[in-house]
Design a protein around this ligand. Structure first.
Ligand SMILES: [Zn+2]
Length: 291
């Protein structure tokens, strides 16, 4: 049976205490070595357990809101703060990227859209590599003993699933491009990796919001993304905002200035488009050979 009496001993909030993990005397509220907090009497009540739940939820909430706000209001600052500190108030770049990816998948499912997936028919017709891959795809279908009509829907479903879940594949090549474009800044590679993660988180959040536009358009009687005009307008707006993000963020992160800053941001925007194209191309092979 649990007896609260023996625990309250030595739990008075003023005196020094012994960290049970490090077995050393500590005079501050938290152990400076491992971060353990002095056990208080209320921690041992059921109410303390509930308080922990609400604390962890609001703590995550506050950090998430702060992180998103920093990303949009001060492009680049999130990367700078990750590299120089403070880190505690924000969600780290990898966790943040994954969260935005989850949101993006949710929004795509909700609106029934597929931003990154390219159906087989398009791979065969209007991609830069169409002519080259036509015989390869034909051979592949023959090897499966299938026909184009039967295989296309199978491919399209698989490529849609991969397109949502493999967005992270775009992060490393873009980081390498940033390392090349901003090589003069002599930043360590981790800076480019964080820069790329934050840029892709920005892009995924932007796309998540953009997905609402055609959905609302359909809701109000429009044609959604089947309208070429709306599709193009969204694509251009997205590109401009990405370019703007890269231009602004390159200041605090890489110390970019003047005309070079504009040129570098444009080159990197082109790099982002190439990464996107490369992703579509990679998805073709992943879907052909891993399904
Ligand atoms: Zn400790």
């Amino acid at each position: 049976m649990f007896t609260p009496g023996c625990i309250t001993l030595g739990v008075s909030d003023e005196t020094a205490w012994t960290c049970p993990t490090c077995v050393r005397d500590v005079a501050t509220e938290y152990c400076p070595t491992c971060g353990e907090r002095r056990l208080r009497a209320r921690d041992l009540r059921f109410r303390g357990l509930l308080a922990q739940l609400s604390q962890s939820v609001t703590n995550l909430d506050a950090r998430l809101i702060r992180t998103v706000r920093c990303l949009f209001r001060h492009p680049g600052q999130l990367t700078v703060r990750y590299l120089q500190g403070p880190r505690k108030p924000y969600i780290g770049p990898i966790a943040f990227f994954l969260l935005t990816n989850v949101l993006f998948v949710g929004m795509e499912t909700l609106t029934g859209s597929n931003v990154f997936a390219t159906p087989l028919a398009q791979h065969l017709r209007n991609q830069p590599w169409s002519e080259w891959v036509q015989p390869i795809i034909a051979d592949h279908i023959a090897a499966r003993g299938s026909t184009m009509a039967a295989y296309a829907p199978v491919f399209d479903k698989a490529v849609a699933d991969h397109a949502k879940s493999l967005v992270a594949l775009m992060v490393p090549p873009f980081a390498v491009m940033a390392a090349i474009v901003y090589r003069r800044s002599r930043r360590p590679f981790v800076a480019h990796a964080a820069f790329s993660l934050h840029f892709h988180a920005f892009m995924l959040l932007l796309l998540s919001v953009a997905l609402l536009v055609p959905a609302l358009d359909v809701w109000f009687g429009g044609r959604g993304l089947s309208s070429q005009l709306l599709d193009n307008a969204l694509a251009i707006a997205h590109l401009v905002l990405c370019a703007l993000y890269l231009y602004i963020a390159s200041g605090p992160v890489y110390g970019a200035r003047g005309a070079a800053r504009v040129v570098q941001a444009l080159i990197l925007t082109l790099g982002a488009m190439l990464t996107f194209l490369g992703y579509r191309f990679a998805l073709l092979w992943i879907t052909l050979y891993f399904d």
